[in-house]
Ligand binder design. Structure first.
Ligand SMILES: Cc1ncc(COP(=O)(O)O)c(C=O)c1O
Length: 439
């Protein structure tokens, strides 16, 4: 690492309002990253730390991929920007064709956005417009799940189920409802992969149908694996059951795959990995290896076809200036080539044994109440300290950082979702450090 990257703390930390951060105390112990290569970040003090979170669940091909950098630079030389409102550029079509090959067979359209939040709001709007076009305009209710995270747009917040993210912002969208969480530590603690108990929790949708009437419900959105809500895995059979109930009542099923898409669970997407096909899939993050903001909403033929019956002209009054931005498409295209050439969607399957063994080796560590793991994502949940929930998790995360591994803690839950290029040795090292830090 060159001298120039050391001690790079800026002069003042006053003008940037940091997201999801206690801004008033950040400056007491600021953590700043100045460079990244492969599995590692280097911070402003020159420490090299293994990135156990792939950034924020997004740098799936590892940091600093020259192929992506070159594609971005070349695109800027050729065409810096062209919008896609009733005109377009060729790459966006080429890229869309390459992408849909990695999604279920009946999903052949992608609507581009710039983030996970925009993908979610786009998917919810497509669902509402779809129901209206089918002559089911009374279906305006959107259903999420307790503990779910769907980004920070008003739509995503309304279906989101993390209380503290919602409380500052008033009534949000009217009529949203929530399924109950599938977290069941009592019955499922330390499951190896998908937990055995709880498929019947999907029947909660029947409860909402009974209360509100199916004719008011447009769509259900769930993360196949809850991420920001603390890594909660779907019980075996749960997603299948949810699909059945949605079909029975004419409700669209949306998988929010902003985290699980692009290799996180040992396939291109969780829909493929778990063999359950929703009507709409939202993505972002790993789609461009986080180099350029990009998201995509993948839509089934059956849903898309209904838009053919829209009155002549624009079928969906929705879009963003940067939907299908050429530079984002170039970054995404190069990212996809890396995933394909290096077989990275397969990594979660190849590493399954090592991953599950290493994660579950922490089951007897002091104060661990649950380990939830599916390659390559895991959560190690600690019993909270007596008077201060969350402090124990933060302390353990700090001790890991001091030992060269950057884990994120969500309260007392240590979560990990490393770049898919992680080696077996690094997996063992990472969980080993976590075990020491807990001890
Ligand atoms: C499942 C899920 N949906 C949506 C989002 C929002 O994505 P973004 O932060 O890119 O808007 C996230 C972000 O973590 C997410 O995990």
């Amino acid at each position: 690492m060159s001298e120039a990257t050391h001690n790079l703390l800026p002069e003042g930390l006053d003008n940037f309002w940091m997201p999801f951060t206690p801004n008033r105390t950040f400056a007491e112990k600021p953590r700043l990253m100045v460079s990244a290569r492969g599995m590692y970040y280097t911070d402003a003090e020159g420490n090299e730390v293994l990135d156990a979170s792939a950034g924020l669940w997004c740098v799936n091909a590892g940091h600093y991929r020259p192929e992506i950098n070159a594609a971005i630079a070349a695109q800027l030389e050729e065409l810096d920007f062209a919008h896609n409102f009733n005109a377009a550029h060729p790459l966006v079509f080429e890229y869309a064709s390459s992408l849909v090959k990695h999604f279920p067979d009946n999903i052949n359209r992608v609507f581009f956005t710039n983030s996970g939040s925009e993908s979610v709001d786009t998917a919810l709007k497509i669902a509402l417009a779809y129901q209206q076009l089918r002559g089911e305009g009374s279906r305006t209710r959107l259903v999420g799940r307790e503990g779910g995270y769907h980004g920070m747009g008003f739509g995503g917040l309304a279906v989101g189920g993390i209380g503290r993210n919602r409380r500052q912002f008033g009534p949000l969208l009217p009529g949203a409802a929530h399924l109950s969480s599938v977290l069941d530590i009592e019955r499922n603690a330390f499951s190896r992969g998908l937990p055995p108990h709880g498929a019947e929790r999907a029947d909660d949708l029947e409860r909402l149908v009974a209360i509100h009437g199916a004719d008011t419900i447009a769509a259900v959105i769930v993360e196949p694996i809850t991420g920001a809500g603390g890594v909660v895995l779907p019980p075996q059979g749960y997603l299948e059951r949810l699909r059945e109930i949605c079909d029975q009542y004419g409700i669209l099923l949306i998988f929010d795959e902003v985290i699980t898409g692009f290799g996180r669970v040992g396939d291109s997407c969780a829909a493929n990995r778990f063999g359950v096909t929703p009507d709409i899939i939202t993505t972002a993050k790993g789609i461009s290896n986080a180099t350029v903001p990009l998201g995509g909403v993948f839509v089934s033929d059956a849903v898309y076809d209904v838009f053919q019956s829209a009155p002549a002209g624009v079928e969906l009054f929705h879009g963003y200036t940067y939907s299908g931005h050429p530079v984002a498409c170039a970054a995404g295209m190069a990212t996809l080539s890396i995933y394909e050439n290096e077989n990275l969607f397969q990594r979660g399957r190849d590493a399954e044994g090592v991953w599950l063994d290493a994660a579950l080796s922490l089951r007897d560590a002091d104060g661990v109440v649950d380990v939830r793991c599916h390659p390559l994502i895991a959560a190690v949940e600690l019993a909270p300290g007596p008077d201060a929930p969350g402090t124990r998790g933060a302390e353990v995360a700090q001790r890991c950082y001091d030992r060269g591994v950057w884990f994120r803690n969500i309260g007392d839950i240590l979560v990990t979702s490393p770049p898919l290029i992680i080696t077996d040795e690094q997996i063992q090292q990472m969980f080993g450090v976590l075990g020491e830090a807990i001890g």
